[in-house]
Design a protein around this ligand. Sequence first.
Ligand code: PMP
Ligand code: GLN
Length: 382
Amino acid sequence: MLVSKLPSVGTTIFTRMSQLAAEVGALNLSQGFPDFPSPQPLLDAAVRHLQAGHNQYAPMTGLPRLREAVATKVAALYGRSVSADTEVTIVPGATEAIFCAVQALIRAGDEAIVLDPCYDSYEPAVELAGGRCVHVPLNLPDFSVDWQRLSDAINERTRLIFINSPHNPSGALLSRADLDQLAALIRDRDIYLISDEVYEHLVFDGASHASVLAHDELYARAFVVSSFGKTYHVTGWKTGYVVAPPALTAELRKVHQFVTFVAVTPLQHALADFMVEHPEHIAELPAFYQAKRDLFCDQLAGSRFAFTRTPGTYFQIVDYSAIRPDLDDVAMAEWLTREQGVAAIPVSVFYQQPPAGMRLVRFCFAKREETLLAAGAKLCAI
Ligand code: PMP
Ligand code: GLN
C-alpha cells in the first residue's frame, strides 16, 4: 500500500466548485478566471508565433526578450533595476514558481510561516520538501497582519515566510509600512520570503501596490512571483515569472530545470510582443477591474449579503450571516451553487483553523457584464 505523502490533501476546492457549477449549470463565480476573451492582439501574436515555427524549447530561464520586458516593467513600476539575465526567470505559472522556490529553500525540519487564510498550494509544497507550515491567522474583519502573533511564531527553525498582496481570498493589501514591519521582524535572521504578487495590477480606489520589488531590504531575501495569466486574461496559458536576487535565482533555476525545465515557447513570444506593443494594458487594468467590482457590488448592495468593497484582486468576500447562518461556508457554497445557481468558494478552506462561526464566501468578478448582472439578480433574490 502506498502511504500518502499528503494524507490531508484532496482535490482542490477550485476544481470541485468549478465541476459542480458545470454539473448543475450554475454561473461560475468560484474559481478565479475571466469569462471574457483575452486581448485580440495577444491571441493574434500567439497564432503568428505558432505558425512561424516557434515550437521548440525556449531557453531554460525564459526567452531573453520576455525577461527584458519584465525587467523594463519592474524598473518602470517599482524603481528597481534588475538583470534580465540573472534575476528574472520565466516559469510555467506562479504555482510552479512557488513550488520551486520552496524546494530551493526548505530542508527537513524547517518551518515556513503562512498567514491564514492562505492560497492552497503553499502548504503542500512545504510538506513535500520535508518542512512544516506554521499558520498565523490574519486579523478579522480586515485581514490585516497581527504583527505580535507573527513575531511570536518566528523561531530558529523558521526559514521562510509567505506573503501575498493583493491577497487571495480577501483582496487585502499590504502597505509600505507593513513591509517595513516585516523587515524589522526578520532583520539579522536567516529567513527568506516568497512574495506572491500575482494580483499586483489589481489594486483599486487609487491605491498603489506596495511591492517587495520596491523594498531594498526585503528584496535582498525574496522570491517575488507574478503571473501573466492574471495580468493578461490568460489563466490557461500558465505562464508567470519570478524576480529574485542572483544568488536566489540561481538556486530557483536549479530546481525549475528539473521540474518543468521551461515555459511554453510560442506563448512567451506572444507575451513579449504584447508587453512591448501594449504597455497601456497594465495601466488600464485597475480601472477595468474596479468597474467590474463596482458593477457587482452595486448589485449586491440590494441583497442580504454584507460586504466591504474589496481593495484588490478580482475577488469579493461577502458575509451571508443574514441569509443562512445555519450553514457552514462549505455547505453554503454548495447551496448557492445547487439551489441558487451561483457558484462561490468557501473561505474556511484557506485556513488551518477557521475562526468559529465565520460565515464568508468568495465570489470572482472577473466576468462579463452580463454574467455579473445575471449573478447579481440571482443573489438579490435570495
Ligand atoms: N497565487 C495566488 C494567490 C493565486 O490566486 C494563484 C491563482 N491562480 C496563483 C498563485 C497561481 O497562479 P498561476 O495560475 O500562474 O499558477
Ligand atoms: N487562483 C485561482 C483562485 O483562487 C484558482 C487557481 C486554481 O484553480 N488552482 O480561484
